[in-house]
Design a protein around this ligand. Structure first.
Ligand SMILES: O=C(O)CCC(=O)C(=O)O
Ligand SMILES: [Fe+2]
Length: 240
């Protein structure tokens, strides 16, 4: 007989798969929504930061926060890898092509991006949203230190089109105190005064797009002081 404790119960193929690839969430439907023609992509910083107010209605935000609260969120440890920004929040991450497509097509984002006055700012032919969906919950005391977001290469869609991410998408699902997304413009000429940071206060339902990759602005998620800040994150994907 094998010594006690040496034998492990055999895992079925299904349970191994679950460990490696968590099941995709059964996301709530994207309704109610304001028709896309009634929304607008506002420029906060030309070629760098765009905002869409009421991308999600307050009822939709509430439905999402209640749904997301039941997901297995992981608290990110405060010890990042070398070169990574300190980030303290609770997060959930999933590869979900179906949801990414639903969010792109149904929320109004596709319409807004494709009808934007200067489509060149997106850095190529926009294909949709990154299936790498992230959910963040920041509780009081949580924050994301200053960092740059990288552009990632991927094969997009069933046709595996060579693609890359060019802009970060954040959708704020709550309004809270603190928790601003702060952007730090760089000083262009020597001796010039450091410009004030551009502060975006989380507003339930607001979408934010900001350019990332090589000319990403340094940015941070400031500490939440009261309430909870919930964010859905993806990226714009373009052909490469
Ligand atoms: O939560 C925020 O305000 C910023 C999030 C962020 O910078 C990121 O996801 O890379
Ligand atoms: Fe970021």
């Amino acid at each position: 007989m094998a010594p006690r404790g040496k034998q492990k119960p055999a895992k079925s193929a299904a349970s191994i798969k679950e460990v490696v690839r968590p099941q995709v969430p059964n996301w709530p439907p994207l309704t109610p929504l304001i028709p896309a023609e009634h929304l607008a992509l506002e420029t906060l910083c030309p070629g760098q930061i765009l905002l869409v107010r009421n991308l999600f209605t307050s009822n939709l935000c509430k439905a999402y926060v209640s749904f997301l609260s039941a997901l297995p969120l992981n608290t990110t440890p405060g010890n990042p890898k070398r070169g990574e920004a300190v980030r303290v929040n609770d997060r959930f991450q999933i590869e979900d092509t179906v949801f990414a497509r639903m969010l792109w097509e149904q929320s109004g984002l596709q319409y807004l991006v494709e009808s934007f006055e200067d489509p060149t700012i997106f850095g190529g032919k926009v294909l949709g949203l990154n299936p790498n969906i992230r959910v963040y919950r920041y509780r009081p005391g949580h924050f994301f230190d200053p960092h740059y977001d990288e552009s990632n290469r991927l094969q997009f869609g069933e046709e595996k089109v060579p693609a890359k991410t060019t802009w970060t998408l954040l959708i704020y699902l709550t309004t809270c105190e603190g928790g601003e997304t702060a952007f730090y413009p760089t000083v262009r000429k020597r001796g010039e005064k450091t410009p004030d940071p551009i502060m975006v206060e989380p507003e339930a339902g607001m979408g934010l797009l900001h350019k990332h990759g090589e000319d990403c602005m340094l940015h941070a998620g400031r500490e939440v002081t009261s309430g909870e800040k919930w964010v859905l994150r993806s990226d714009l994907v373009v052909e490469r």
